[in-house]
Write a protein that binds this ligand. Structure first.
Ligand code: 1JT
Length: 256
């Protein structure tokens, strides 16, 4: 198995619709040891329930509010105490205020801008620092992004700018960590109906348009993302770093 007995930290499972859960599920099938970070008690309970259903008991849950420096210290200290080292990390965390995901980008508030950068982008830098400290000889780090970080996608606005900075961080971190044989990559996912996405106005319209236009004529699913995550977290992708893999049923090749 491709990630057999690997210790992998997964940030961003809130419930069964989370992209991070799709990735975790694939890791469970491939016998990884998973460490979940969560924000709120209700997320912890959701994760425990999901894992119980899978009959998966060999895991760790740690609280980590990505906006609090001491939370990283505590979380990674506890991870080190239990596992000694880690082999991989998955970052699937983002936030923007709902009112900033529509209308004109120029109406973005300073507070909203900084909040989305803090949670969606800086957290990846900070987590990569702590995760890489626990990696020996080699490691793999991945994050989730969206086309709106590279192109103008209507309404994505402040999140697009946060994803642009996340994608730039992937390249700088790949440079920092390459000599230590730690690879850093992004997965650019097509739109997925998660709890956060459902809160966005006109999201269903975006999904309909996506199915109509995407070369494969369908939506991306959790398994598609889990498969690419498995590739990136395993030795199948040895030699790949600083890359952004589009798992979007071909949508991003379109010029119309
Ligand atoms: C967040 C939200 C990050 C929705 C997100 C996201 N990354 C992708 N989506 C889905 C999406 C959202 C919009 C969109 C296209 C896709 C919700 C708040 C938390 C962070 O516009 C075209 C707005």
């Amino acid at each position: 198995m491709l990630v057999d007995n690997k210790n992998i930290v997964i940030m961003g499972v809130a419930n069964k619709w989370s992209i991070a859960w799709g990735i975790a599920n694939k890791m469970i099938e491939n016998n990884a040891n998973l460490i979940f970070t969560y924000l709120e008690e209700r997320n912890k309970i959701s994760i425990e329930k999901l894992l119980e259903k899978e009959n998966y008991t060999n895991y760790m849950l740690v609280k980590l509010d990505v906006t609090i420096d001491e939370d990283y210290e505590n979380a990674f200290k506890m991870i080190k105490e239990k596992y000694g080292h880690i082999d991989g990390m998955v970052h699937s965390v983002a936030f923007a205020k709902k009112e900033e995901l529509s209308g004109n980008y120029f109406d973005t508030s300073r507070e909203g801008y900084l909040l989305s950068q803090n949670i969606s982008s800086y957290s990846f830098v900070k987590a990569s620092k702590h995760a890489s400290d626990l990696m020996n000889e080699k490691g793999q780090i991945i994050c989730l992004t969206y086309l709106g970080g590279e192109r103008v996608v209507l309404n994505y606005n402040v999140m697009g700018v946060a994803k642009a900075s996340l994608e730039a961080s992937v390249k700088y971190l790949a440079h920092d960590l390459g000599k230590r044989n730690i690879r850093v990559n992004a997965i650019s996912s097509g739109p997925i109906k998660t709890t956060s996405a459902k809160g966005v106005g006109e999201f269903s319209k975006l999904m309909d348009g996506f199915i109509k236009k995407a070369p494969m004529g369908r939506l991306v699913n959790h398994e598609d993302l889990g498969n690419t995550a498995l590739y990136l977290l395993s030795d199948l992708s040895s030699g790949v770093t600083g890359e952004n893999i589009h798992v979007d049923c071909g949508y991003s090749v379109l010029g119309y």
